[in-house]
Ligand binder design. Structure first.
Ligand code: KIV
Ligand code: ZN
Length: 525
């Protein structure tokens, strides 16, 4: 057996809360960010990029609080190449036991053209800003954005300046997902060979997935000498997303024979955090996604099932238990008690406080009354659903009845509590969902446009729960809502109302002067 403790350690830098949250519509609430950060910390992620502190008061508050609460992970904030961003970033991360400032500027010809800086002017800016960051914090990461499309000579020059100014980590971003594995490796090798001082810092790789090569590119960079991988849970991120944390970590674990590097991540926590991020971000995981997709460990064809029964290794390169899926999946039923529910939830990675368990138990009993067998996925949907519908929400669904069938128009009778007062209405529509959404709009008039409506069955069977995701847009603000129920129309209305509640919170923040729309990378200084 190989002795992993002697293998080089690759640091895992998770940017779900910063780069991941930049996916249009993936905005998370303050409490959700804190919860995800705590899970990342607990699973052994080395560095958490908690946000972009200057982007909004909300981002600043979340990064500051995550910094205060982190137990062992380094907490990092993003800052553009100007003193104001860097100072704001430091104000947020300084509460951490191990703070880090991450500052960046676009170095490729296309990106240099935006602030309209010459090569020399940009070099000077890098020197000044990295020096400034280093005077505040002894842990500074610098990124030449769009590094993979930057002239090699200029890339070497800027990396050298950043190292001399005190950067301790140099991140090489493939911002537009343009590179390929061999080129990704060559670039790191070239920097290690050519840049003075390169041996004394850590090179990181940060790959986007536009051509579907992000994970391969990250691993190739590691083989060439990079010692930090930047990634997100479920590969969340702008456009096609980022390198997925679960993919790189499991690839290094399963193919340790040819990629002998170790990470500090407890892989058994992967499934629970993947599901939670899917829920709070509103980005469902595709069924055939590597490691965390619903089908990743499913075997349907006769030949595969037969092979699995004889020896699971015939068709599996890793065990479901390795990523936190319980090997046995005995469903619970209406006679199952609180202790069985607690044990099952613990098995699924949810350690619940007593009051949370009480709430989950009431909801579980209600579900078990309607559904003969409650499977693991039902429980996960139920737990996440109870977490999204908070008691202090402005809008709450009280009662819904729909009439549907071949003879339209379909009708919905809805009672909605608005700021604690019940209001009821009847509405019609083109189908029951349309009728129910029309009822919401009549009771609570709003301008938000429905951008996405998605229904997914949680398990098999006609009594399966449906998870519904809704994305709304209003004046450039995007919010998502999710809900699960055995009644698809009820889940739809709850998801819609959940998204509206989030928009209301954003509106309130905007009225208080907070920037809720994020901030561009373009440097304003
Ligand atoms: O993709 C990218 O270039 C980034 C930088 C801010 C590091 O996310
Ligand atoms: Zn990025």
């Amino acid at each position: 057996m190989t002795d992993k403790s002697t293998q080089p350690r690759v640091l895992i830098f998770d940017t779900t809360l910063r780069d991941g949250e930049q996916s249009p519509g993936a905005t998370m609430t303050h409490d959700e960010k804190l919860e995800i950060a705590a899970s990342l910390d607990e699973m052994g992620v080395d560095i958490i990029e908690a946000g972009f502190p200057i982007a909004s008061e909300g981002d600043f508050a979340a990064v500051s609080e995550i910094a205060r609460q982190a137990k062992s992970a380094q907490i990092c904030g993003l800052a553009r190449a100007n003193f104001k961003d860097i100072d704001r970033c430091w104000e947020a991360v300084k509460h951490a036991k191990r703070p880090r400032i991450h500052t960046f500027i676009g170095t490729s010809p296309l990106h240099r053209a935006i602030p309209n800086l010459t090569m020399d002017q940009m070099a000077e800016r890098i020197h000044e800003t990295v020096t400034h960051a280093r005077n505040l914090c002894d842990n500074v990461q610098w990124s030449p954005m769009d590094a993979t499309r930057t002239e090699h000579d200029y890339l070497c020059r800027t990396v050298e300046i950043a190292i001399k100014a005190g950067a301790t980590t140099i991140n090489i971003p493939d911002t537009v997902g343009y590179t390929a594995p061999r080129e990704s490796a060559d670039l790191i090798r070239m920097l290690l060979e050519r840049v003075p001082g390169a041996d004394n810092i850590i090179f990181a790789t940060h790959c986007h997935n536009d051509l579907g090569m992000a994970t391969a590119n990250s691993l190739a960079a590691v083989e060439a000498g990079a010692r930090q991988i930047e990634c997100t849970i479920n590969g969340l991120g702008e456009r096609a997303g980022n390198t997925a944390l679960e993919e790189v970590v499991m690839a290094l674990k399963v193919r340790n024979d040819i990629m002998p590097y170790r990470t500090g991540v407890d892989t058994t926590k992967i499934m629970a955090i993947s599901r939670r991020v899917a829920t709070v971000s509103g980005f469902a995981v595709q069924f055939n996604k590597a490691i965390v997709g619903k089908n990743a460990f499913a075997h349907e064809s006769g030949i595969h099932q037969d092979g699995m029964l004889k020896n699971r290794e015939t068709f599996e390169v890793m065990r479901p238990e390795d990523v936190g899926l319980s090997g046995t999946s005995l469903p619970l039923g209406k006679h199952s008690g609180r202790a069985a529910l607690r044990a099952k939830l613990k098995d699924l990675g949810y350690d619940m406080a007593d009051n949370q368990l009480n709430d989950a138990f009431v909801r579980f009993k209600a579900l078990a009354d309607r559904k003969k067998e409650v499977f693991d996925d039902d429980l996960i949907a139920l737990i996440h659903d109870s977490a999204t519908a908070a008691a202090h929400d402005t809008l709450q669904v009280k009662r819904l009845r729909v009439v549907c069938g071949t003879d339209g128009p379909q009708e919905a009778e809805l009672t909605l509590s608005i700021e604690g007062v019940d209001h009821s209405i009847d509405a019609t529509g083109d189908g029951p969902v349309d009728a129910a959404f029309n009822a919401v709009k009549m009771l609570y008039p709003h301008k938000a446009r429905l951008q996405l409506y998605q229904v997914q069955a949680v398990t098999e069977g006609t009594d399966a729960q449906a998870t519904v995701s809704v994305r709304l847009e209003e004046d450039g603000n995007i919010s998502t809502g999710q809900s699960a129920d055995t009644d698809t129309i009820v889940a739809s209305v709850r998801a819609y109302v959940n998204a509206l509640n989030r928009l209301i919170v954003r509106r309130e923040k905007a009225e208080m002067g907070y920037d809720t729309k994020g901030i561009s990378y373009r440097d304003q200084s």
